[in-house]
Structures are given as C-alpha cells and as structure tokens.
Design a protein around this ligand. Structure first.
Ligand SMILES: C[S@@+](CC[C@H](N)C(=O)[O-])C[C@H]1O[C@@H](n2cnc3c(N)ncnc32)[C@H](O)[C@@H]1O
Length: 255
C-alpha cells in the first residue's frame, strides 16, 4: 500500500536525526495550528496531518485536545520513524505530489504545517485537499509564503547574484484556492523574525540541518556565495512570512 519515497524527501530523510533539534519555529507554529484545530466542532471521519514529519502538529494536538489523533502521512520514511505517534494503522508513507490516498476521502479534519510549499503545485494540491473534506470537514493549514527571507533577497540584490531561495507560494494564490471550496474562518498572515546569528551563514546552516536547504533554483558558485554573505544585511534575524488558514467545507455543497 505504501508509495515509494518521493525525491523531494531525500534531504529530509538524510537530516531526520537533526530535525527536532532545529525545528523551533516549526514547533511554535504547530502549537498555534493545533490551538485552532483543537477548538473545531469535528464530525466523525478520517483525520490526517499531511507532511506530518516527526509529528509536531499531532503531538501539539494530543496535548491540547487529548483523544484527537491524526493519521501521520509523510514522504520521508526516516522522519516517520522518529515520529512518536506512529501506530500500525495510523501512518502512511505517501508522496503528496500524487494527490491523497483513497482512505482520505471525506475527511473530517486535515492539518498541514510547513509542508505544502515542498510540493510541485501547492495551489492545485490545496484545492485537492479542500475537495477531500466531507461536508462540514475542516482544513487547518500553516505554510511559509512568498515574501519570506527579505534579508536573503536584499543580500542577493546588493551582491548582484541571483536569490536562490526556494520559490514559495503566493499567499493570495493559496487563499484563492482554498476559498474556491471552503468557507474561510481564521486567516492570518504572520511574520516571524527568527534570530540565527549574524551574517546569514547560521541561517543557511540551520536550513540545511532541517533538511530544508534545497532550492528549486540553480545553485550559486562558491565565489557568488561569498559575495552574497559579504552583503548580508546587519542583524542576526531572518523573517519568515507564514500563512495560517482554517476553513470549513460547507455542509451543503453548491449545486
Ligand atoms: C519542514 S517539514 C514539516 C514537518 C512537520 N509538518 C512539522 O511541522 O514539523 C516538511 C515535511 O514535508 C514532507 N514532504 C515534502 N515533500 C513531500 C511529498 N512530496 N510527499 C509527502 N511529504 C513530503 C517532508 O518529508 C517533511 O516531513
């Protein structure tokens, strides 16, 4: 039943042992997402965390709403192995670029945090996730969006090298995709200013340790990296722009 590992998860597999140590922002966002999910009036039906990784959302939800368990679905076998929420019928190794597994039709709750941006077509996948909800089902999503890492863009502009940060989805595109099927409740555009240390190097190292250092753009030469780092703006923080969205599939679907 399980799918082969998606190529996009290779680095997450390799860095799985370090993920929890370096995922402070992901843990904080997972807690906040779980806070919203914990208060939802859920109908019976499948509940899943998509791109669950080591289980940060499920663990936060277990603390805030004991008894609310989520299927742990991810493409990284190594991260799933480190996930304390695994039970034989409660996890799925699956490539989300292929859509959702059949058992997630008519879900009562789908959560996903910091995973959608890794998929090839985030807006289409988000539309599919919304469509997989049962009438009355809920989606609770957190995802980093375009506008993140302005310090990296500024350094690249000043160093006259391309900014090779992974392209992140536009918040407005994702909001439009979700709103085509869901009634949106909570909608927040959050900015987290995370301190990594001066100069950009510590931030880039942290991304690599998370397994999140790979980009969809051609890498810089060594000389270009040096120029980039030499032009990194002063200060030791890097900003993440995160879209947090909770929506419900209407009980009565439009004809
Ligand atoms: C930054 S981690 C976030 C994990 C977790 N949701 C959290 O908040 O800590 C991104 C997750 O997306 C998963 N992922 C990336 N591409 C995927 C794909 N095509 N199919 C399934 N999972 C994928 C990775 O394996 C990884 O666990």
């Amino acid at each position: 039943m399980n799918q082969p590992r998606p190529a996009s998860c290779d680095r997450f597999d390799r860095q799985a042992a370090h993920y929890d140590t370096h995922a402070a922002l992901q843990r904080a966002v997972a807690w906040r997402l779980a806070h919203y999910a914990a208060g939802l009036p859920l109908l019976p039906g499948p509940r899943a965390d998509l791109g669950a990784g080591s289980g940060l959302v499920g663990l936060a939800l277990r603390q805030q709403a004991p008894g609310l368990e989520l299927l742990q679905l991810d493409g990284s076998a190594a991260l799933l192995r480190r996930n304390p929420l695994l039970a034989p019928d409660r996890y799925r190794l699956w490539d989300l670029d292929l859509g959702l597994p059949p058992e997630l039709n008519h879900c009562s709750l789908i959560t996903s945090s910091f995973a959608l941006q890794w998929l090839q077509d985030p807006a289409t996948r988000l539309r599919d996730w919304a469509a997989a909800l049962a009438p009355g089902g809920w989606l609770a999503l957190a995802v980093p969006v375009a506008g993140s890492f302005p310090q990296w863009q500024q350094a690249a502009d000043q160093a006259r090298v391309p900014c090779t940060a992974r392209r992140l989805p536009e918040a407005d595109t994702l909001i439009g995709a979700a709103a085509s099927t869901l009634a949106l409740g909570c909608l927040r555009r959050l900015v987290f200013s995370v301190r990594y240390g001066p100069g950009g190097r510590a931030f880039l190292r942290q991304l690599r340790r998370l397994g999140a250092g790979h980009s969809d753009q051609a890498s810089l030469s060594t000389a270009q990296w040096r120029r980039l780092l030499a032009h990194w703006p002063p200060g030791d923080a890097v900003s993440w722009h995160v879209l947090l969205l909770v929506g419900q599939r209407p009980e009565r679907l439009a004809p």
